[in-house]
Structures are given as C-alpha cells and as structure tokens.
Design a protein around this ligand. Structure first.
Ligand SMILES: Cc1ncc(COP(=O)(O)O)c(C=O)c1O
Length: 392
C-alpha cells in the first residue's frame, strides 16, 4: 500500500485482477471463493452477463444528465422497487449512508410538519447506519463515533430486540418522530431479532404516530430469502433504505417512503448531483430483473436450508463456536473469543469472509451460489478454523 491513500482501512495485501461468479483471482493467479460479496454487494457474483450487458448498453447512450431533467431509467427503477416493496415513492442516492441521511432528514421534516420542534429518532444499540455525521450519530457503536464529537443531536438509544424499552421511551418523550433500525444487525454480527419484533414496532409506530424506518442497506435485495427482510413479517415500513446489492457494484442508494411519509421532500429540501443517474438506474434495473428471471429468492431459501444443515454439522467439532445465526444467505458464526486474525487464515485457504465485532465470522455469499460451491465454502471454512486453532 502506498502513502498517497489515506490509511482509513485495514487492508489485506492482496489485489484482485478479475472475477467470475462466486470466484475471484488475485494478481498472482490465486483463486478465492468470495463468501462476502464485497460486504453484501455482489449478489449476482462477478461479471454476470446481464450486468455486463446493461453496463455496456447504457454506457453507449448516456451516463449522467442531472436531476434537473426527467430520467426515464430512474422512473422505471422506482416503479420496479415500489412494486417489489409495496412502498410508494423513491429518492435515489449513491450509498447506504446517503440513503440513511435522506431517511433522517425526512423524519425530522415529518416532525416539524407536525409542529414538533426537536424531532427525535430512536435508534438501536449495536445498530450501524453509515459513516456520515448524522448516520454515525444514529449508529449504536461508540468506536465509530469516538473523535467526531460533537455528534448530531436528536437520537435516543434503545436496546435491540426489546419492545418494552421502546414502550418506556414512548411514555417518557413527546418529541419522538421515528424508530430507525436494521431488521437484522449486520455489522454487529448478523443478530436476528425474535419473530414478532418488527410487527411489534410497526404497531407501536402506528399507535404513536411515529415513522418506522428500516435500514435494509445490508439485508435488502434478497439476502434473507425475501426481497426485503420485513416481508418475512408481513409488515410495511414507512421509510426503507437500500444500497449495496441494489447496484451489484455500481454505486446507488435509495430511500423509499410509504403512506404518511410520502411527498415530504418538496423541491429544495433534499438533493444529490449523481443520485439516480441513468447509468446507475439502468444497471440496478438489470440487477432486479435478473433476480426475478433467475428465481433467486427461492434459490436463496433452498441454499440457506442446505448450508445451515451442512455448516452446523461441519462446525460441530469446534467448542469455540457458541452460536450459528442464519437468515437466508446472511450467516453469523459466533466465537467465544476474539478472532480478527481468522480473516488471514481464510485467505490462505482461498476463502473471503470478514470478522465483525472482533469475535463473529460473517458470511454473505452471492445469491447465485450453488450447492457444490457451498460445499467448497464449508470445506475451506473448516480448514481455516482447524489451521487457526492448531496454531494458537
Ligand atoms: C445496515 C447498514 N446501513 C448503512 C450502511 C452504510 O452504507 P455505505 O457504506 O454504502 O454508506 C451499511 C454499510 O455497511 C450497513 O450495513
């Protein structure tokens, strides 16, 4: 690594030359199984023909025009997204943090429109919403906040998966306008809440006149086996944020609104130069079309059942593993100890994953992964853990 790049990331000393499907090849010709999808992004794997075609098609026409004009690709994508999600409107951004900034601003405006002068948003302990000032303030993670004080005001903290705590906050504050949460905590290690939790929050928001904001930047676009994680509980949020897999590698984010939350951003209230440009929207459309055409939701559910059975079987011999959490193709493997170095052992076996919260392995394989590739993934993970614990 050179000193012309700000040292903001801990990088492994590997660079990738090319990829195909779930596989990546580094510049030395070594082959890796990508079980992380660039952190929940490359859901169709690498170099999917439909995405290559969409990229070429649109690049030959026009990349960018500005939101001062009508953008048919944006309207088409918004139509597809609202159809899939049962939401009503979309604002396009370029990343997850930006999608969440839009959601936070929308909730504040919603509060002000109701005469609430200090609109307050409840956000969760352990939650992660991005690295901009407002989104890191919303995140329940001191590590990412430290050094950036003063934080953005207007957030109340609640423990995750605890409906009673939210009810207590409801009694104690009249400034609350929204609850913001991930339906599964991704960066905290794939923490899956109890069944009924989202439904309970939906009801509380309805009773209190709060907006329910779901951050599906990591869970959205199929990784849980539904397009959106809330569809497992048959509810509809008021605000939904997406990014990552929405572009399969092309930067795009989206903030969707439903019911009470629509029409809040009038001209002049929010904007972005690149958000929703013809290129990003055309590629994103191809991502969603491909998920439908290849019936990938059913595929994810089938792969999830297969993986869960095989993985539990294979990892049974490691007493250091205390829990395996799986929803669709989002997998958290909890260890009883810090294991940051495991990532390096994985790379030595040709397996890409990451470690979150210092002690949980996170796997987010592409949705297109097949059983034979899952077998290899499990084999490599087993070899990684064996080598790691043998050398300890
Ligand atoms: C749940 C969630 N929200 C927001 C973000 C931020 O997205 P981005 O890195 O695209 O700004 C992430 C990124 O990991 C995320 O997992």
């Amino acid at each position: 690594m050179t000193d012309v790049i700000m040292p903001a990331y801990n990088r492994s000393p590997i660079s990738f030359e090319c990829g195909e499907g779930v596989w990546l090849w580094d510049t030395q010709g070594e082959k890796y199984l990508d079980a992380l999808s660039g952190i929940a992004v490359s859901v169709l794997g690498h170099c999917h023909p439909a995405i290559l075609e969409a990229i070429t098609q649109q690049a030959q026409k026009v990349l960018h025009v500005s939101n001062g004009f009508e953008i048919p690709q944006q309207e088409k994508l918004a139509q597809t997204l609202t159809n899939l999600s049962s939401m009503d409107q979309v604002f396009f951004a370029n990343s997850g943090a930006e999608a969440n900034e839009a959601a936070i601003k929308l909730a504040r405006l919603y509060g002000h429109n109701k005469g609430i002068k200090n609109p307050t948003i409840i956000a969760m302990e352990g939650g992660f919403h991005g690295r901009t000032l407002a989104t890191l303030s919303a995140s329940g993670n001191r590590t990412i906040q430290a050094g950036f004080e003063p934080l953005v005001q207007g957030f109340l903290r609640a423990p995750y998966n605890d409906l009673e705590a939210l009810e207590t906050l409801a009694h104690n504050s009249s400034d609350i306008v929204a609850v913001m949460l991930e339906p599964i905590l991704g960066n905290a290690g794939i923490i899956i809440p109890d069944e009924g939790y989202l439904k309970g929050i939906r009801k509380l928001c309805d009773d209190q006149g709060w907006l329910m904001i779901l951050d599906e930047v990591q869970t959205g676009i199929g990784h849980t086996g539904q397009y959106f994680a809330y569809q497992h509980e048959n509810i509809i949020p008021d605000v939904l944020t997406l990014a990552k897999a929405l572009g399969n590698g092309i930067p795009i984010g989206a903030c969707l609104a439903h019911g009470e939350a629509i029409d809040i951003f009038q001209p002049g209230k929010h904007g972005t130069t690149l958000g929703g440009n013809p290129f990003a929207c055309h590629v994103s459309q191809a991502v969603l079309d491909t998920i439908v055409q290849e019936d990938l939701l059913n595929h994810v559910q089938a792969m999830s059942s297969y993986l869960e059975k095989q993985l539990r079987e294979s990892l049974r011999e490691f007493p250091q593993i205390t829990e395996i959490r799986i929803k669709g193709l989002m997998i958290g493997i909890q260890l009883d100890q810090d294991c940051m170095a495991l990532r390096k052992y994985g790379l030595e076996q040709g397996l890409i994953f990451n470690v979150t919260k210092t002690n949980a392995i996170r796997l987010l394989p592409p949705l297109i992964i097949q059983t034979a590739e899952l077998d290899i993934l499990i084999e490599k993970l087993h070899a990684t853990l064996t080598a790691y614990f043998n050398e300890q």
